[in-house]
Write a protein that binds this ligand. Structure first.
Ligand SMILES: C[S@@+](CC[C@H](N)C(=O)[O-])C[C@H]1O[C@@H](n2cnc3c(N)ncnc32)[C@H](O)[C@@H]1O
Length: 187
């Protein structure tokens, strides 16, 4: 692997509306749209992380359909995007897979819509990505967002994307596209 940024979409451990820790269901749109954004900005890996065997099967079936089945010939652009998808049962396995391409340890960068202390600016992360060889795995949440334990365990917290007012609750697909443009886009 040559590109030192990858994305992981976590379906566990995330909060639900009642702040209980749950596993969320895979969203077909997230898989397709984040894969396309990630591929557009040159990423070589997009990890779908879920502990549910059924949900992993579903993710594999969706990607397989567009990679090998009838869909591969019908829509080669989609195939190219989905080629970077890997399905994992937990974050540790996603980190290990990404790690295999690099000598320096993978650093996790967690994202969320809420301001937290000690978070880093997207411009700082962009500079680090450009100037050092460390691999970074960007963690995106589902449901009502990644748990506090995840934020404590991550190597970096990324400052939230801000809008023009106090509202900034983006879909994960939109958040991923905005972050990738800011981290790797050209002007
Ligand atoms: C909590 S999930 C919401 C899932 C929602 N059901 C959907 O349609 O995507 C949204 C995820 O997108 C990212 N996100 C959303 N808004 C954000 C913001 N303003 N700044 C940074 N990340 C954000 C975070 O990774 C967050 O965990």
């Amino acid at each position: 692997m040559t590109v030192n940024l990858a994305i992981a979409l976590l379906h566990y451990p995330v909060y639900n509306k009642h702040r209980e820790v749950v596993t969320t269901a895979l969203t077909n749109l997230d898989l397709h749209d984040i894969a396309r954004s990630a591929r557009t900005f040159g990423l070589e890996r997009f990890y779908i992380v879920t502990p549910s065997p059924d949900q992993r099967d579903l993710a594999a079936r969706i990607t397989g359909h567009w990679q090998e089945g009838w869909g591969a010939g019908y829509n080669p652009d989609r195939k190219e995007a989905l080629d970077i998808v890997r399905v994992c049962n937990n974050l540790k396995n996603a980190v290990n897979d990404f790690q295999a391409g690099f000598a320096n340890p993978v650093k996790t960068v967690i994202t969320g819509a809420t301001d937290r202390p000690n978070s880093i600016a997207v411009s700082q992360l962009r500079t680090e990505l450009e100037q050092n060889a460390d691999p970074y795995l960007l963690l995106l949440g589902t449901g009502w967002g990644l748990t506090d334990d995840c934020f404590e365990a991550a190597d970096h917290i990324l400052q939230p994307i801000a809008g023009t007012g106090s509202y900034n609750h983006l879909s994960v697909r939109s958040a991923a596209a905005i972050m990738l443009d800011r981290l790797r886009g050209t002007r």
